[in-house]
Design a protein. Structure first.
Lengths: 485, 95
């Protein structure tokens, strides 16, 4: 039962084949049994979950038809939750309990979803392997010697290992799509502003976006129907009308124009990933799509520009952690300055400190034009490349990551780690939606394909992904019970 | 652009982060490598390009000027490291 999709579980709940309490109990038992090995959850909230489940069962009996009612969900530990700890993977917030719920959390609570707990992540979402978490790395359920990807690695691993039915994640440079790829699940990063950022702990405000990590594109659509839309509490949330994301899932792909960027198939791409993506393109052709090459000539500048924009915004956002109002404070400060310095030095991990320093440097007097302004101009060039490509194609398809999951501890060089996100970062800089879906294996490790769309074309991406999942079985593959050990 | 030890100390001070003398070497070399990566941006001419701060040129949303926030001081201060009489307590600033 635990391996079923949200769509399937929803039917089972409604036909009373299973109750939400039974389902919740079963997930909690599995989490208790394997979490020590996978480290996917930082916090579980058994009592609260069972209470929510029991309430959901009552509503189901009353005939409530909400598709997420009674569905056990996991939240990335970046979303503020009232009454449940929100750590953001940091010592700084180790004991932080938010006085309010994030908008995405309150919307899902209202829809009747059952919160199982909060998933592990790179500290303040800064990482591509989950290794920067203060609470230790998550292990990849396909092979526990490998990373799950990051920063939403806990959510992706929890979905892959059936430790929840579906999960939330956030994506600033690839943090939903890359772990989805490494763990063999589906992950959608919506367009910038499609989902409210209220109560989502800020990393880089002009790039951050929340989205689903799920077992199918259909499930991602079901979750999007709840979380997408404007929010008065987030002035950057978009007023563009929201559609029913499940409505066009079954549209034919006949006549779909797919663009393949040559810059996503250059050196650095491993042979097994390339082959898997090429085979997937053939599947799309069988479904009636046509394939053409597109050019994204400035893609190689996306990582350099991102490592100005994101750290600059992070340095401003993370200045709030000063030990005064909430979170960690160092012991016995001698004066205010000492308190600020030691609180931040002891409370933040090395990658977070590194990025704060880069951002501070880029924004400091005399460097603004050379760094931040230059990066924003490059951002425009990258956006222009996508605009030009979308004049001739409907979607852009390529690999999500250059290779399958790498070994824990293998990448200690920050620059090498940053280049992991070479295919995903440009999408954030341009504010576009992107989805990663499983397309095969390299050895025993999953491979992911990224589909990029025009702004607010989430429904199209979900349609394309769903149609692929109707003719392939990759998204149904499961890691072994012993997690490849 | 050169990023030496004095630059590390200056930026660390601005960011209110303490870098110890045993850490400074590594911080300097890591950040220098990252700045090399970033400097690839300088390879393109962007003179005539308009900077982009928001993906879709968002405009600020206005609302009527009415009170929407409640006073939640007690609840908000429950999570503070140190409070006294409804105030956040910090080390003495004024002699």
């Amino acid at each position: 039962m635990l391996e079923k999709t949200v769509a399937e579980l929803s039917k089972a709940l409604r036909s009373q084949e299973v109750s939400s309490v039974e389902l919740t109990q079963a997930y909690l038992e599995k989490i208790a049994a394997v979490n020590e090995r996978l480290n996917t959850y930082i916090t579980t909230c058994d009592e609260l979950a069972l209470k929510q489940a029991s309430k959901a069962d009552q509503l189901i009996a009353d005939g409530n038809q909400n598709p997420l009612l009674g569905i056990p969900i996991a939240h990335k530990d970046i979303f503020c939750t009232k009454n449940i700890k929100t750590t953001c993977g940091s010592k700084m917030l180790e004991n932080f309990v938010s006085p309010y719920d994030a908008t995405i959390v309150s919307k899902l609570n209202k829809a009747g979803a059952v919160t199982l707990g909060k998933t592990n992540m790179d500290e303040f979402a800064m990482g591509s392997s989950n290794e920067t978490s203060y609470f230790g790395s998550v292990k990849n359920p396909w092979d526990t010697s490998k990373v799950p990807g990051g920063s939403s690695g806990g959510s992706a691993a929890a979905v892959a290992a059936d430790l929840c039915a579906i999960a939330t994640g956030t994506d600033t440079g690839g943090s939903i799509r890359q772990p989805a790829s490494f763990c063999g699940v589906t992950g959608l990063k919506p367009s910038y502003g499609r989902v409210s950022r209220w109560g989502m702990i800020a990393f880089a405000s002009s790039l951050d976006q929340a989205g689903p990590i799920s077992k199918s594109a259909e499930d991602a659509a079901i979750l999007m129907n709840v979380i997408a839309g404007p929010d008065n509490l987030d002035s950057t949330s978009s007023r563009t009308p929201v559609v029913d994301y499940t409505l066009n899932l079954n549209d034919s792909l006949y006549g779909l124009k797919i663009g393949v960027p040559k810059q996503h198939f250059t050196e650095g791409l491993s042979a097994d990933v390339e082959e898997s993506i090429r085979l997937s393109l053939k599947e799309f052709e069988k479904l009636g799509a046509s394939i053409t090459q597109v050019d994204l000539p400035n893609n190689h500048l996306s990582v350099p520009a991102y490592y100005v924009v994101a750290p600059a915004e992070a340095s401003a956002n993370l200045s709030r952690y000063d030990g005064v109002r909430y979170g960690f404070r160092c012991d016995n400060p001698i004066d205010l300055e000492d308190m600020y310095m030691r609180t931040r030095s002891e409370g933040f991990g090395s990658e977070v400190k590194r990025r704060i320093m880069i951002g501070t440097y880029a924004l400091s007097a005399g460097y603004y034009d050379a760094y931040y302004q230059k990066a924003q101009k490059i951002r425009r060039l990258i956006k222009n490349d996508f605009d030009a490509a979308f004049e001739t194609v409907d979607v852009i398809v390529g690999p999500t990551s250059p290779h399958t999951a790498f070994s824990l501890g293998a990448t200690t060089d920050p620059v090498k780690m940053y280049l992991e996100d070479i295919y995903t970062i440009a999408v954030n800089l341009a504010g576009l939606p992107g989805i990663s879906i499983p397309t095969g294996f390299g050895g025993n490790l999953p491979i992911g394909m990224q589909i990029i769309g025009k702004e607010f074309a989430e429904a199209k991406l979900l349609n394309v992904a769903h149609q692929y999942q109707q003719v392939t079985e990759w998204h149904k593959s499961k890691p072994s019970e012993n997690f490849g050990e | 652009m050169a990023f030496d030890k004095s630059e590390v100390s200056k930026v660390a001070q601005l960011a209110r982060i303490k870098i110890t003398s045993d850490e400074i070497e590594e911080v300097e070399s890591r950040i220098t490598e990252i700045l090399h990566l970033i400097d690839q941006m300088q390879s393109v001419d962007t003179d005539s390009i308009e900077p982009m701060s928001h993906p879709f040129g968002g405009t600020q949303i206005l609302r009527s000027d009415t009170i929407t926030e409640e006073n939640n001081r007690d609840e908000l201060q429950k999570i503070a490291p140190k409070v006294e009489n409804g105030l956040f307590l910090v080390p003495k600033v004024i002699e």
